[in-house]
Design a binder for this molecule. Structure first.
Ligand code: GDP
Length: 392
């Protein structure tokens, strides 16, 4: 599908950078235009792939290019003040030939957290195409302030979009390295999963000979709603997988059997099970999914229709949902087969419950700290009875 992408804040810009790189490595292009928006000048300068002219510094009169200091309210204000500038930066894109927009942000900080819902709202008011969000949740150990920012922003962002794709840093951080050391690998994971989803619906590069089974943009649009989590698994093809005389040659010579136990090179149902039951971008209870989309990507000769149908039936029963779409994404030069499982409208998400209680605890702690500061002030002040209650 063709998208205009807007990265807000530091994480939003960095992820946009990775998506642009992912796009450049694949046939066709799903990013019609990319804009990075930030209140912090150094963060904009640190970007690689976003073109210089598409980096927009906002809120200069308020924060002077120094960022919001993790304050989403400032991020919101800066975005509101710069709405028309952001709009003009987006209008450079051929917006008449796109399928939608995606606004990307880390929700735990200040700029992205505050600005992303404002930008999404504006886009939705101006354009007829759907507006999606890609929201990154902080790790639990980033603390109460980040959780509170993210809990508030998540609520606003989901309301301002036609579907919010969520990525939980907490689920993907690896032990033994700091979070910032791990961002490289995490951002690559984000680009692989969401880049595969967006590029799957981009059919221009496939030429005229498109099989009916290929996923298109309308199927993606019809699937995305509410909170969206994505599972992914891939398997490298052996070097001789394309040789006509080898094992694959026999399998591809007409056999469409991809059930477990057959000698197909990649067992699609097994791959799909790994994608759905492995790490999800937002860990959730699969049974709470309202719509799902299964995409199997790889060299066309490895995309067994029967394998995909079997995998789809399994997914339908596993998530107990009847609206499950499935299709393939042919990538003639790929060295692997990948399965992407998109779970849309999920409602049972313990991670969000935990983040919300961490946010409430942070608020309670802040209130009681303020109260005890007031009490201390009352205790040490004397000689001024300005409130007229007779006490000194
Ligand atoms: P902002 O610039 O004020 O919007 O704040 P940041 O984007 O720096 O940080 C907000 C959240 O995003 C925090 O929870 C960070 O852990 C997370 N974050 C920052 N940089 C990255 C990144 O490169 N990748 C990912 N996945 N998360 C990041």
């Amino acid at each position: 599908m063709k998208l205009v992408a807007i990265g807000a804040g530091q994480a939003g810009g960095k992820v946009l950078d990775r998506l642009l790189e992912h796009d450049a490595r694949h046939p066709g292009t799903f990013l019609a235009h990319a804009v990075a928006v930030n209140t912090a000048e150094p963060d904009l300068q640190a970007l690689d792939a976003v073109p210089e002219e598409s980096r927009l510094l906002i809120g200069q009169s308020t924060v002077g290019g120094h960022g919001t200091g993790t304050d989403p309210e400032t991020g919101r204000e800066c975005a509101r003040e710069a709405e028309s500038e952001i709009q003009s930066a987006i209008d450079h894109a051929p917006t008449s030939s796109i399928d939608g927009f995606v606004v990307i942000a880390g929700l735990g900080g200040g700029t992205g957290s505050g600005a992303a819902p404002v930008i999404a709202e504006r886009l939705r008011a101006v354009y007829a195409e759907p507006v999606y969000g890609l929201g990154i949740l902080p790790t639990a150990d980033e603390g109460g302030l980040y959780s509170r920012n993210a809990a508030d922003s998540l609520q606003a962002f989901v309301g301002a979009t036609d579907g919010l794709l969520v990525f939980d840093n907490d689920a993907f951080k690896s032990s033994g390295e700091t979070l910032s050391e791990g961002y490289g690998a995490i951002n690559e994971e984000i680009a692989t999963r969401f880049g595969t989803l967006f590029s799957a619906g981009e059919l221009e590069a496939l030429g005229d000979d498109i099989a009916e089974s290929v996923v298109d943009a309308s199927e993606i649009i019809n699937t995305l709603e509410g909170l969206v989590s994505v599972g992914y698994a891939s398997e490298e093809l052996p070097d001789d997988a394309g040789d006509d005389g080898g094992l694959l040659g026999r399998v591809l010579g007409g056999s469409d059997d991809d059930s477990i136990g057959s000698d197909a090179v990649v067992q699609i149902p097994a791959l799909v099970r790994r994608a759905a039951l492995g790490k999800l971008t937002l860990p959730c209870n699969l049974a709470s999914t309202s719509k799902a989309l299964l995409i199997v990507a790889g060299p066309p000769e490895h995309l067994s229709r029967k394998g995909i149908d079997n995998a789809r039936s399994w997914l339908e029963s596993e998530i107990d949902c009847r609206e499950v779409r499935a299709g393939d994404y042919p990538l003639p030069d790929a060295d692997r087969v990948a399965a992407l499982v998109v779970l849309s409208g999920v409602t049972d998400v313990p991670r969000i419950d935990r983040m919300q209680s961490q946010a409430v605890d942070a608020e309670t702690a802040e209130t009681s700290e303020a109260e005890s500061e007031d009490a201390m002030q009352d205790l040490i002040e004397y000689g001024d009875d300005s409130d007229g209650d007779g006490a000194t």
